[in-house]
Every structure is written in C-alpha cells, then in structure tokens.
Design a protein around this ligand. Structure first.
Ligand code: ATP
Ligand code: MG
Length: 460
C-alpha cells in the first residue's frame, strides 16, 4: 500500500476535484514507485497525475489562471495547487493517452487521448513505472505486476521488450539509469533486447541521451548502470568486444573504443564512483585521452576541435565543453613534476589553470590511480592536493590582474608609450611576485620596473 500520509494534501485534493467533475484521476509513475519501495523515506518529489480529463477539461476545472500549458499537444498541463501556508505546488496532470506509430524510433507519430487507465499504463516503459494510485479511494491499479518487480528488484519492460525498445531507443538508457537509481537488476528478457535496440538508440536526440546519462552519473552507485552500458549487450560472460555492440559505443564511441576489457571496465567504474558528481563526466571521458593519442591525434588534440566533438556527442553548454576539452588535453601530472611542485613552481601551476580545471585534473588522476591499485601514487597526488589547498588559502598573487600595480599606473609613472613593452614588464613583475609573493607591493614593484627598464636598456 502507498502510505496515504506521504501524499501531500493538495495532490489528493487535485485528484478529488477531477473525480468530482466526473474524471478518473490517479497519481502515477515515479512517485508511486518510490512510495511503494521506501514508504518511510519521502523520496518522492514530483507527483504526476494521470486523468481521463482532456487538457481543456483540466483548465475548466482548475481555472485558466492556475494552469500552465506545459505540453498541451501531449496532453500535459501543470496546475498550481494551493498549499497550506506555502507557495503553490506545481503538479503535472497528463491525460490518459495512447501512442501510435513510432516510425522514427524516437517519438510517437501521433498520440490519442483515451479513457482507459490500463491502456495509459501499457504505454509506459517499465512495470515499476506503470502503477497508478488513487489517493481518494486508496486504490492501487497495477495491471503489469509492478509491485512484484519492486519486490524482486527488477527492471522489466511493459509488454514485449523488443517492441518497446523499437518504439523509443531512449528506453535502453532509462533501463540502465533506473537500475542504478533503484539498485535493481534488469530482467533477462529486457536485457537481451538491448542489443537489438542499439540502432534505435542511435536515432534518439543527443539532448535526451545526455539528460539520461547525467542522471545516471548523479546516482550514488552509477556503476550499477555503467556496467550495463559497457559490457556486451547480449550479457554473455565471454567478452567478444569486436562483435557485440554495447550501449557506450552508441553514446560515446571514442570512450568505448578504449575500454575493451573487464579490467578496464572495473577501473573506469571504480574511478567514476569515487568522485563527486561534478567530476564524473570528466572521468567517464578520461579514456578519450588515450584515444586522442591514437586515432584522433591529427585533429582533436586542439581543445577547440575536441570541444566540437563533445558538442556533437552530448550537446553540452559551451562552458562545460571548454572545461572538459581542456581537462582531456592538458598535460597530466607526472611523478617527476610532482616532486617540484612547491613554492614558485606550484604557484606558476596555479596561475596557469583555473581552480576548477586543476582540481578536476588532480582528483581524476588520483581516482584512476586508486582504481588501478597504485596507492602510492594516489597518496602522493593527495599530498599535492593538500599543498594546492594550503597555497590557495594564502591567496597569493597569480595573475597580472593580482599585481599591486596596474598597467595604467606603470605607463604613467614611467612615462612609457603603450605597446608590447608594457606587457613584457608586467609579465616580468608577475614572475617576481610568483617567486616571492611578499614583493607584491606598489612601491617595490615600481622600483623593480624602473630597474628592469634600465637593466634591459629599455628606452622610449
Ligand atoms: P524520476 O524519479 O527519475 O523522475 P520517473 O519514473 O518519474 O522517475 P520520468 O522521466 O519523470 O520518470 O517519467 C515519468 C513517467 O512517465 C515514468 O514513470 C513512465 O511511466 C513514463 N515515461 C517517461 N519516459 C518514458 C518513455 N521514454 N517511454 C515510456 N514511458 C515513459
Ligand atoms: Mg519524474
């Protein structure tokens, strides 16, 4: 049973209003699944309703001012439901619908509004997502034994998995994401249908694939899904990488190309899982560094070209693309270099890369060292990360903009003409303060600049 007290009163009230107007209405999807699974934790956040009322009828019931037409063509509107002593609660209400066609493997050719709840549940992806709950009559509708699969901890397609994946290839990614999110296994028949679904997954928009991939990486145990993406889709114990496709080959072929052994899969999964969410996509792409050295070397070692490839694969915002392209092309920290990373050398490193990029590099390197069992190297990288942190805490000048004297001041004080000479002087002064931050004082730097000018015989 769904614990009634966990359904917010405004959700029950919305169902009641629809029902009093003559339309069956239920809570459906993720909220019902999560409340049945963990009745004591309030993990459910989005309460989606499904109803026999059409969008126009929903608008008539709740009033035009309370309804946002979020996806009217698909039968979805968002109703702002009054909440006792709080901001209105936006609740998505979707009309029972059937989906017809799917000739492109992505979207239904046509949807039709229907009046039968079971038909609405039938078009949903997995049995655990196809359970409806009527909070007014306290009635559960579960025609595909979603509750059984919740108990068995199993992701199982509604109906014939081959046909369901052929309708919408994204469902393969959703299966993998839910396996990680819920800690479930994918049912054998559903899993076996992955391989036939790869051509359909290829047709799905990169934006939808990206959203599922990022949701997967945000789970506490993404490896539960990543393994399903990385291992051959037929689930055979013998890895025949060249013959069997896997999901990652469709999503990120350049990464899949470099992860072709059980050990490589283990290392990649462990490294990703040990990192905080923000660094996980970078870690998933990390094997591309090896790919860049081989096949892609001619064109893609340039961060700009790599950023374009990442755009093609995952449609990321440009700042993320640039960050990732830098991460994948910047030199890694070598043991020899690491020994030198103190004082001036360390500050020069801090001045060269942004805080986010350098942290990502060192943490990712450490995660892979740990995953590969090179604990000594991992420990040394940890020490370097501590030194980086200590040095940053002192807030030393690292950039020309941090100098205690500005370019404008220098021009005036030294009566210099504008030109490349000024840039050269500023770089020299930066080098002075990188060697010794105590030199970052206006008078000291002005003196230094005068000396530099006379030493080098700079004349104007
Ligand atoms: P989450 O907790 O991640 O929000 P959810 O189950 O609510 O999980 P949504 O993506 O919000 O997932 O979708 C809501 C519901 O819509 C699902 O539970 C499922 O019934 C249905 N659904 C969503 N996407 C698909 C799809 N591609 N194919 C079939 N049904 C889908
Ligand atoms: Mg949801």
């Amino acid at each position: 049973m769904v614990p009634a007290h966990r359904i917010p009163p405004e959700v029950t009230l919305a169902c009641r209003r629809l029902q009093e107007a003559g339309f069956p209405a239920y809570v459906v999807g993720g909220a019902v699944r999560d409340l049945l699974r963990c009745p004591d934790e309030s993990t459910a956040k989005d309460f989606d309703l499904t109803t026999a009322a059409t969008p126009e009828q929903v608008i008539a019931i709740f009033g035009r001012s309370k309804v946002i037409p979020t996806g009217i063509a698909h039968g979805t509107v968002t109703v702002l439901c009054e909440r006792h002593g709080g901001k209105p609660h936006p609740i998505e209400i979707t009309t029972f619908r059937g989906e017809v066609g799917f000739s492109d493997g992505r979207r239904p050719d046509r949807i039709e509004f229907i009046t039968d709840l079971v038909e609405d549940l039938r078009r949903r992806d997995f049995t655990v997502n196809a359970i409806a709950w009527d909070p007014v009559r306290q009635l559960l509708v579960d025609p595909f034994d979603g509750q059984g699969d919740l108990q068995r901890k199993r992701i199982c397609a509604v109906g014939d998995p081959v046909a369901r994946f052929a309708e919408d290839g994204l469902r393969v990614m959703r299966a993998v994401r839910f396996a990680a999110q819920l800690g479930f296994v994918v049912d054998a028949a559903t899993r076996q249908a992955f391989v036939g679904a790869l051509p359909t997954l290829r047709k799905v928009s990169r934006e939808r694939i990206r959203d599922e991939l990022l949701k997967l990486l945000a789970q506490s145990q993404p490896s539960l899904g990543l393994r399903l993406m990385l291992l051959p889709t037929d689930g055979s114990p013998h890895l025949r990488w060249s013959h069997d496709g896997n999901i990652l080959q469709v999503v990120l072929p350049e990464v899949a190309h470099e992860v072709q052994s059980v050990q490589a899969v283990d290392v990649l999964c462990a490294a990703i899982e040990s990192l905080p969410c923000a660094l996980r996509l970078g870690a998933l792409l990390w094997p591309m560094r090896r790919w860049l050295l081989g096949a892609g070397a001619q064109v893609l070692t340039v961060p700009k070209a790599l950023a374009e490839l990442l755009d093609e694969r995952l449609k990321l915002p440009s700042s993320d693309r640039q960050h990732l392209a830098t991460l994948l092309t910047m030199p890694v920290m070598s043991p020899k270099q690491l020994d030198l990373m103190h004082g001036p050398t360390l500050r020069r490193l801090l001045g060269t890369y942004s805080e986010a990029t350098l942290d990502a590099l060192l943490r990712t390197q450490r995660a892979f060292a740990q995953a590969e069992g090179d604990l000594l190297w991992a420990a040394r990288l940890s020490q370097l990360l501590d030194r980086v942190c200590d040095e940053r805490a002192k807030n030393p000048p690292l950039q020309i903009a941090d100098l205690a004297i500005s370019g404008k001041d220098l021009l005036r004080e030294l009566a210099l003409p504008p030109g490349p000479l000024l840039g050269e002087l500023l770089r020299e002064l930066l080098s002075v303060v990188l060697d010794d931050p105590a030199q970052n004082d206006r008078a000291v730097l002005l003196d230094r600049a005068k000396n530099l000018l006379s030493q080098r015989n700079f004349r104007h």
